[in-house]
Structure formats: C-alpha cells, structure tokens
Design a protein around this ligand. Sequence first.
Ligand code: GLA
Length: 426
Amino acid sequence: MTGAAVVSGVPWFDDRGAPVNAHGGCLLAVDGRFLLFGEHKTDDENVFCGFSCYSSPDLVHWTFERFALPVQADGLLGPGRVGERVKVLRSPATGRYVLFAHSDSPRYDDPCTVVATSWTPEGPYDVLGALPTPHGPLRRWDIGAFQGADGTGYLLVHEGDVHRLSADFLRVEETVATGVAPGGESPAAFEHEGTFFLLVSQKTSWERNDNHYLTAPSMAGPWTHRGTFAPPGTNTWNSQCSSVFPLPTAHGTVPVLLGDRWSFPHQASAATQVWQPLSVDGDVLSLPEFLPAWDPATAAPVPLRGTAVDVGFDSSARGTTTEVGCRAGRFALVGPTDDRGGYGLVEVLDAAGAVHVSSLVDFHSRSPDVGLRYVSPHLPARPESSGGWTVRLTVTGEAFECFQKDGTRFGSTGCRVAVDTLLELP
Ligand code: GLA
C-alpha cells in the first residue's frame, strides 16, 4: 500500500535505514530529483548540528546526500548556536544556490538571518554572514523564502514581513510588506494562478496550532486575512507549516504543504513530516481532509491495505510492553493519539531475540486522532522456518514538551501509548 505513497506523521527511513532527519525545511526540484533540506536534530537537546540534504526521485525513497551546511568552527552557525528554518533558492542572475536560515543563541535572544551560498545545490554552503538589509543585518527569527515565476526572490519573516532580495539573493533590497500577519510564525508562500498565498502558524513553540493564511495580488500586497485552511480545531492536522512546494502531477501543479509534527526532545527519531496536497479555488485555500498516504504522481489518496493483526495495547505505565508476531517484510501500526500521549519504543526482534529495528514513536497529538503511527522500514528477508518477526512495543514513560519563549509550557499531559492494530503490508 504505502510502497509508492507519501505517508504523513510517521518517521521516514533513508537509504541507510536511519530516520530522515530534516525538519523545518524545504524542497527543491533539480535535474529530475527532489532535494530536501532541513534541520538535522538531536534526540536530547536543541542545538545546531547542521542542515541536512536528502535526495529522492519520487518523494518516497530518500537518500542522505550530505550536510549542506555542517556546524561551523565558530560564528553564527558554530557550536552552541541554534540553527533553524533552512530555505534554499537558486538565483537566476548568478546561477548560485543561496541558503537562508535562522541563527540564534540557545535562549533565542540573539536572532539573525544567515545567508550562505554554493555552486552545487547539495552544498557545502559557505556562510557569508548575517543577511544585509538597507538598515543593517536582519535580526529576526522565523523565516521562509519564495521565488516568483519571474525569478524574483523574497525572504519572509515572522509577523508577516516580506523582503524583496537583490538579483544575486545575497541581500535585502526592499521591504515590500510589513507586519501583515501579527502573531504569525513559520511563514511560507506560494503563487497559484496569479494569486499569492502566505501561510503562518501561531506562536506555540513546537506545539501544533491552527495555522492561517492571507492572499494578495502580488507579494507586496495588499494582503487579506482569510482564516484557517485546515478545519479549525485540528491544529492544522497536528502540524506547523514550513514551506509549500508546487508539485507537478498528472493533474497539473498541486501545492503541497510541507509541515512539521515536532517532537521535542526526541526530534531526531520522532518528529515527522506532514506533507499534504492543498486545494486552491481562486483565493480560497483548503486542506479539508488529512490524507495518511497519497500518490506523488497524482496527489490522490492511497488506501492503507494489509492483513490486520489485533494488538489492543493501551498503557501509560513506564516499562509496560506487548509483543506481536509479524510474518511480513514490512508492517504498520495503527492507533489513537491525543494530548495524553507519550513516546513508545517499537522494536523488531528475530527468533533469537536480536533487535533488528528500533524506533521511537510519539503518540502525542494536540487534537485527537486515530490512524497510522508507524510504518517500518523493509525488514531483511527471513527463512520460512524462522517463524517471522516479533514486534515489541514499550511505554517509555516520557512525553513531548516544549516551552514558548515567554516560558509557557506546551505538550503532553501523560505518557500514553496505544496501538489497536498491526498491519502486515504486502
Ligand atoms: C517555533 C518556531 C520554530 C522553533 C520553535 C522553538 O515552532 O517556528 O522554528 O523556533 O518555535 O520553540
């Protein structure tokens, strides 16, 4: 079922079997490949450990390419800094790739937009410094980037500032809109049939909220508030917008929301991508339905098919485990999440008890949901006589939590892990 599908809200695995570790990022189409750039997170602290670059022929199979921008020896993206919201554009004037990112202190009290450049899309990018503007370096936090059909580059900033970049994209030339989205973070923009869309989240740190959008006839505005694009109360289907990628499909270009379902402190293992095709009708943007799996060639939903094995596990007690047999070479776990959810450890064991796969899964969601929680990587072939695999699920007793810059706590209130069904995938 999900072999050729983009699956949201579950960890993805790369060509090495490691989680695809690229968050808060963006996609670029280069020479028939998709390149994904994002924050390479850790599982314990919030410190810059590089921006990663993965490639894919189809948005489904991902190869780790390299660190597009590794931790620098010192400076704005050196040790002990925060590095977030990496965005990459290619300047048509110079042919160079230009990377933008938010650099900060661990306390988020030294924000700045970094600019870096490379002749090759994968990097390595050379850091030039803080992005210059006519009024000095840009010292703001959340950013996005957008390139118009005419090649013009724009840098988007939280609260809805829109800056037009110079032709080489290495400095801000003019601020074309200011403060059009008060209270907005993680700005993302795209154009569809002559209408410009600006998406922003609210400020709840890494916790999900109802994101909203504005429209305008040009990047300079005037920008009109349009409200939420996902049904209110779904907290944008439990995600935060990071960018929008115009995906060419058999049915024309479909804007795809690249959202993040963050999972602090275990972002490396358990933060997931929420990539959803958006619907546009004139200047109305919507995401009425969450598609657990969809076909990147058509943007159509892909049904989840497999042989269901009853699991019936629901526990919040640290160390509680359950074991289920699985004869397939790949499986999925289906179950509920809500704001009492915690981390579950999923392990795949052979008949001798050796662990072949070990994954951390976050069962927290601010809005309740029932659905796909995990899709395993392909398991090594097993001889028929060996009796298949054992899937072990353990309640870790830990949960997602994060703090807004003013100290407000967000996150889970419990450590619940619940799985209804294991699906043996064909
Ligand atoms: C928001 C921002 C992220 C990050 C977190 C940290 O989610 O959009 O980029 O800064 O807050 O709390």
